[in-house]
Design a protein around this ligand. Structure first.
Ligand code: AMP
Length: 215
């Protein structure tokens, strides 16, 4: 069983790298932001509670974020482990997490803020299946259309200059201390997020002593 947390600023490729690891090692990928976005899109009660906060780039309440993680992990469909993306994002969430679960490693994707803006503004998402694109490094075959399902590609509601500035501020103020906490426990591997996705994935596997081709 392998249990990982992946951390990094907006646009550092957490989702992409998590999915690549999850697919090869049969891990369940738990992306807290994706779960919230799904709820917003499907007009659930939770969606209504988080929509405005998310659009502004602020963090939603710890109770809601912890609830999502707890619900997802109590499903116990993670026989081979999980990779959790977007949680914990502050000290309280980190304490909750460490009290409830043990982890094997924290992957920290490092990306300078100057590169974050360029990547985030080029990010597109399929409105139907949620597949991620990037107009710089990973553009769709047909402009504006998802390669997988033909759905329309849209910008995330919080991928605006204004919300990004808030999200970066939140990250540096609240999430950096979580990294320090994990560092003290010697969980953290640092990986440069600037190269192409395959190179970053190779570096992650090397740092975690995982085989390069599945298991
Ligand atoms: P992400 O897709 O990880 O960038 O998350 C998008 C948004 O969802 C964030 O800007 C927050 O509003 C919310 N969110 C995701 N994860 C958390 C969390 N652990 N705690 C609080 N808010 C979160």
């Amino acid at each position: 069983m392998r249990k990982y947390v992946i951390m990094g600023v907006q646009g550092s490729g957490k989702g992409t790298q998590s999915m690549m690891l999850a697919a090869d090692f049969d891990l369940v990928h738990i992306a807290v932001g994706d779960i919230f976005r799904w709820n917003v899109q499907h007009h659930t009660k939770l969606g209504a509670q988080v929509r405005r906060t998310m659009a502004g780039g602020e963090l939603v309440s710890d109770d809601l974020a912890e609830g999502v993680v707890k619900d997802r992990l109590t499903a116990h469909d993670w026989n081979y482990g999980f990779i959790i993306d977007g949680f914990p994002r502050n000290q309280r969430q980190a304490e909750f997490f460490l009290e409830s679960y043990d982890i094997d490693g924290v992957i920290h994707l490092e990306l300078p803020d100057s590169e974050v803006r360029r990547r985030v503004m080029a990010r597109r998402l399929c409105a139907d299946c949620g597949m991620d694109y990037n107009l710089i490094a990973n553009s769709p075959h047909e402009e504006g259309q998802c390669d997988a399902c033909g759905g329309k590609l849209v910008q995330r509601e919080d991928d605006t200059e204004q919300a990004l500035a808030v999200r970066l501020r939140e990250y540096h103020a609240k999430t950096n201390p979580v990294l320090d906490l994990f560092r003290r426990k010697e969980y953290v591997v640092n990986v440069d997020a600037r190269p192409d996705r395959q190179t970053v994935q190779r570096e992650i596997r090397a740092a975690l002593h995982l085989p390069q081709h599945g298991s």
